[in-house]
Structures are given as C-alpha cells and as structure tokens.
Design a protein around this ligand. Structure first.
Ligand code: SF4
Length: 317
C-alpha cells in the first residue's frame, strides 16, 4: 500500500503524466517535502494551477516567507507536551502523537515543524504514556492526532489501544485522521474488527477540505466504519483559494452529512510559518460562516473554531 504514496521525483513525474504544466516545481527543495497519495492525485486537475486539491499539496515559493504572527508552533504543543508525544492541554482529554508521518503533506499543516523524530509507538513510549494516563483519573478520552495515527504501524497502534482500554477512567478513543479520505485502501478490515471489540467509544474525525476529495472508495470505507457504530465526525480547514466560499463549503458539508459524517469543526488557519498565503481574513471568514448558517440546515454546519494555543479552542458564531 505504501506504493500508493508518492514523493519527490515520482510525485513530480506522476503529476506531469496527469497533465501538470507548471514549470516551477521544486519537489525536493522544501524541508516539508511534497507528498500525496494516488487517490488524491486522481481527484485533482493538474492542468489547472488553481485547482483546489493541487494547491493543498504543491509546494510554493510563498512558503519561504516569514510573516509576523506566524510561528513554528502555533497551537503551543511544546508548552503542553508532558513527555515526548503526549500533550495534555484539555482538562479531560489527552493527545497522543503516535505517528511520525502522514499519507499526504498538507502544505498548511500546523505540525510541519513538530519534532517527530522523537515520536512513534515504541514499547517504551506506550509504557510512559499509559503510566501518565493511569495517574490522571480526570482523563476520559485519548485523542490520536497528527502525524496521521492511521499512517502508522497498525499492530502497535492496536496494542496501545488495548492497553488504554484497560485503564478504568478511559471511556473513548478518538482518531483525527486524513487516511480514510486520501488513502482508504490503507485501512484493513482486521483493524476495524479489532477496534470494534474494544469496550470504548470509538470516534473518527475525518479531515476533508473539498468535496472532490471524497471518492467512492472513501464512501465504502465510511459505510463500513458506520456499520460498526463508530462515531464519525469531520474537520476542515478554511483555506484561501481552496474552500473560501459558501458554495464550496456547503457542497462539502452536504456530502459529509449524506454519508453520515457529522461536520464538527471548521478550523481557521493555524498560523504556522510559511502558511500566510492560505489565510482567509477574519471578517471574510465570519461573513462566509454567517451565510452558511443562514442558508444550510443547522446540523450540517460545523463549529467555526481557532486554536491559538490557549487551553481551549475559541468558538465563533
Ligand atoms: S494529515 Fe494532518 S498532520 Fe498530516 S500533514 Fe495533513 S494536516 Fe498535517
């Protein structure tokens, strides 16, 4: 399945095969290298330099700009990181960064500078994380966040989930992931079966930014997850030139809802260095959001939020 992931020359060659005509590709010259899956590439239109899927994966010169207010750690991971890969920011939930990579590199990624080399699911880390979680009875939920938790050694991930399920006060596991959207074939049935056996609430928060990202294979996987009674939510990032219109967002949220995924979060951009070209001005974001609320069924419109590194996300209405 790893053949489904393209980087460097292979990615450039594949894009050119599909009709990419741009001349300024520098796939190997960015610290956060370009990376995409076959299924994501199949959904984009490489002959259109403004294609909303292409813009999410194509490195641009603007990423080298330094802008005021942007930093390498916009959500303050370092402040709340108790031990490598364990972030305790919210009162009753803890975040585990249990994977050090992703199937796709989103150019606006808020963790593109995260020191992943020190993370991963080793037996030693599992023990360290479990020990901390056992010692905090206020914790009810473990959230697996990006690097993508489903782009990892799934046997080790299951061992960790089983270990966590034995901690009395833990009631839920939540996976924030892009894999079911950008590489659904990566999720084996045996993994879904094993998760379903755990005596815990299992929640998937699927990351999708544009309706064209959701293909038939993703939908088939989503149906299988739904059959297991997992809770399915979505999160999206509001991105300039990609989904900054009422029409595009409404289409996305409707498709998610049609497929029994409840739109959960619409995130304002996390201000990570090199992402200023994706920012939608706050006033414009609010205008888009208010029109969504006025024109769509309320339950199809996610919360508009910003994580600015505080102890809770800010919610806008
Ligand atoms: S999938 Fe998530 S963690 Fe991975 S590059 Fe995209 S935004 Fe970042």
């Amino acid at each position: 399945v790893k053949d489904r992931i393209l980087t460097g020359n292979r990615l450039e060659a594949r894009l050119k095969e599909l009709g990419y005509v741009g001349s300024k590709l520098e796939f190997s010259d960015f610290e956060f290298p370009a990376r995409a899956t076959q299924s994501f590439l199949n959904a984009l239109d490489p002959s259109n330099a403004q294609d909303p899927l292409l813009l999410q994966i194509l490195p641009q010169e603007a990423e080298r700009e330094i802008n005021e207010g942007y930093s390498s750690d916009p959500v303050a991971d370092q402040k709340y990181e108790i031990v490598p890969g364990l972030i305790h920011k919210y009162h009753n939930r803890v975040l585990l960064i249990a994977s050090n990579s992703c199937a796709i590199h989103c150019r606006y990624c808020f963790r593109k500078a995260f020191p992943y080399h020190s993370n991963g699911i080793s037996e030693r880390m599992m023990e360290t994380w479990s020990k901390y979680i056992r010692s905090k009875p206020e914790l009810k939920e473990v959230i697996f966040s990006g690097g993508d938790p489903l782009y990892s050694d799934r046997k080790a991930l299951l061992r960790l989930c089983e270990q966590l399920s034995k901690i009395k006060h833990i009631k839920a596991l939540r996976f924030h992931t892009r894999v079911p959207i950008v590489c659904p074939e990566m999720i084996e049935e045996s993994f879904i079966d094993s998760l379903a056996l755990l005596p815990l609430r299992i929640v998937f928060v699927l990351h999708a930014n544009h309706v064209r990202e959701i293909n038939d294979e993703s939908i088939a996987l989503i149906k299988r997850l739904h059959k297991r009674e997992f809770i399915l939510l979505s999160q999206s990032v509001l991105l300039k030139g990609i989904n900054d219109s009422v029409e595009v967002l409404a289409q996305l949220f409707e498709k998610l809802t049609d497929n029994l995924i409840m739109p959960y979060y619409l995130n304002l951009l996390d201000k990570v260095t090199g992402s200023a070209h994706f920012e939608v001005e706050h006033e414009q974001a609010m205008a888009i959001y208010r029109e969504l609320l006025a024109t769509c069924s309320g339950y199809t419109v996610p919360k508009l939020v910003r994580d600015d590194g505080g102890a809770n996300k800010r919610i806008f209405t």
